[in-house]
Write a new protein. Structure first.
Length: 374
């Protein structure tokens, strides 16, 4: 069974409200017609019939608004059959006063189609229309009058066809909305998966891959004293899940802890404490760690300066070395060190990274973050 979407539900509520509004709106003009065309002898009876129609219509609209069962429609059909039979009492055929009843039945038959199942709506229309035709025929109505009364069934059929087309369009709108929502969910999942893969690749580049590369290429000896500790730190880093960290972390402590593993002589200038969102702190500390790793690997110096300034609303972390320097335009796009481990990390937290360097003039890496862009 097809799920009922929001458009179909809204359309159903609209149809029920609009049907009630239509039934109430026609009471005044139809009642006026009925009373003006009634003969003097039949005016009291006509007044009673019109009053009954007004009271019942108000009750029916109230009931129908609170119930989706077919009971209000069934009761409505029975009342309209009783009203139709009043022709035998008021001599409406003789007074040529059937028109208001024909319009009353027609509008009811049309409005039913907007809030009932097809079978219920069509049966209600056929019974009501057939009842009026039978009563008018019994009262001596001629063929042209009978044909005009029977047109109520045709109007009901056209109303049902029109409403079916509108409801079909609403179902198409619901399907389109469902497909769009599914596409958005799939896109979000794909984005999350790519982000997870990117973060893992970046963490792997900054830790185990770099350590293994240094050992494999002979840059360091496999028996170096610091190597087991570095391997443990690499594994701990890969097992952690910084992307889902919550709360706040002291960035000063995080950076200072990272400095202890760089094997560089670092002049660290920072405030006593600076607490920022944990994800921000982790990203900045990792980016700084990668910048210092690049100093160790490429700058030809074992000294660097790290300066942290700012507060909880915005900060700046500078990593400065007086090493060999390089031409930033010559960095290959396939190199992850600066592109992902530094620029990428800062971009994902709403910050920015600036690398200033030239051959023989050292390198300055500036990491900036503002809470306004977090």
């Amino acid at each position: 069974m097809e799920r009922t979407g929001e458009s179909v539900r809204r359309l159903g509520r609209f149809g029920r409200r609009y049907a009630a509004a239509l039934r109430l709106a026609i009471l005044l003009p139809l009642g006026t017609i009925a009373l003006l065309r009634a003969g003097p002898a039949h005016l009291p009876a006509t007044v009673l019939v019109v009053a009954a129609v007004v009271l019942w219509t108000a009750a029916y609209c109230w009931w129908s608004a609170r119930s989706e069962s077919p009971a209000p429609v069934v009761a409505d059909v029975l009342v309209l059959l009783a009203v139709s039979s009043s022709v035998l009492v008021t001599d409406a055929v003789e007074d040529v006063n059937v028109g208001w009843l024909r319009l009353l039945i027609t509008f009811a038959c049309v409005a039913w189609q907007w809030h009932t199942p097809p079978l219920t709506g069509v049966l209600a229309a056929l019974v009501s229309c057939g009842g009026l035709v039978a009563v008018v025929a019994l009262a001596g109505g001629e063929a042209p009058l009978l044909r005009s009364v029977a047109w109520a069934a045709v109007a009901a059929l056209l109303s049902r066809v029109s409403w079916t087309l509108v409801r079909r369009a609403a179902r198409r709108a619901d399907r389109a909305a469902d497909e769009a929502a599914l596409a958005r969910r799939e896109a979000l999942v794909a984005t999350a998966v790519r982000a997870e893969e990117r973060d893992l690749a970046t963490a792997l580049h900054d830790t185990a891959a770099t350590t293994l590369l240094m050992v494999g290429t002979g840059q360091v000896s496999g028996s170096a004293e610091w190597l087991p500790g570095q391997a443990r730190r690499d594994l701990d880093r890969l097992r952690s899940d910084p992307g889902h960290a919550t709360g706040h972390t002291d960035l000063v402590d995080l950076v200072r802890t990272g400095l202890a593993t760089t094997r560089l002589r670092v002049d660290f200038d920072a405030p006593p404490s600076l607490r920022v969102p944990s994800g921000v702190a982790r990203a900045i500390a990792d980016a700084a760690g990668e910048a210092l790793a690049n100093v160790r690997r490429h700058a030809g110096t074992d000294e660097a300066t790290v300066r942290l300034t700012g507060d909880t609303t915005g900060l700046r972390l500078d990593i400065v070395d007086k090493g060999a320097g390089f031409d930033t335009a010559d960095v290959a796009v396939t190199r992850r060190g600066l592109r992902e481990s530094v620029h990428g990390r800062l971009s994902r937290i709403g910050g920015c990274a600036t690398v200033t360097s030239a051959p023989g003039e050292g390198t300055v890496v500036e990491l900036a973050w503002s809470a306004r862009h977090d």
